[in-house]
Design a protein around this ligand. Structure first.
Ligand SMILES: [Ca+2]
Length: 173
């Protein structure tokens, strides 16, 4: 007698794992306005049914003239993948601050955003003070403004249920 204990919450489990660098990294490079440093590290899949992705991106924007960059979840507007940890650091000229304005938002909802989430920090990494709690769901968050010239954005997803993610504009103000 065979008993299947797997719980398939969407079609992600049925897809083969990716082995190449994800296409969104190149897309990010092409859309950046200036001085984009990409330090990707793709973690090998932990099992044939899952893939994990850990990527950090640094974007440097000038303030005069004002530059901006679009920040999206990996793969947007397609659904994001499972097991993603995506870090974006936005740095602007000293004496200025970073404003992040969301244009689209759909991240798997949970009351404490324990499944998938985006969180924004007032500095260069997740060790800085957070500017928001973990954000998820479908309500577009209010614009978020740093108090320093660096903002860090961390988007992470769990093992199942994928949504379209987010699109936001980061700019110097
Ligand atoms: Ca999820």
């Amino acid at each position: 007698m065979y008993v299947c204990l797997a719980l398939l919450k969407d079609d992600e489990f049925l897809k083969p794992s990716a082995s190449a660098l994800p296409a969104f990294i190149n897309a990010t490079l092409n859309s950046a306005t200036t001085d984009l440093l990409v330090t990707p590290s793709v973690t090998p899949p932990s099992s044939p049914q899952s893939e994990s992705l850990n990527v950090s991106v640094l974007v440097t924007l000038s303030c005069i003239p004002q530059q901006s960059t679009v920040v999206t979840s990996p793969g947007y507007p397609s659904k994001y993948k499972n097991d993603v940890s995506y870090h974006v650091t936005v740095r602007v000229d000293a004496g200025h601050v970073v404003r992040l304005t969301f244009e689209f938002f759909n991240i798997e909802e949970e009351v404490d955003c324990l499944y998938d989430s985006i969180q924004v920090y007032d500095g260069a990494s997740i060790t800085a003070a957070n500017l928001t709690e973990k954000l998820c769901g479908r309500d577009i968050p209010q614009p978020i403004t740093s108090t320093t010239n660096v903002m860090h954005i961390h988007f992470q997803t769990d093992y199942s249920v994928r949504k379209r993610g987010f699109q936001a504009v980061a700019e110097c103000v």
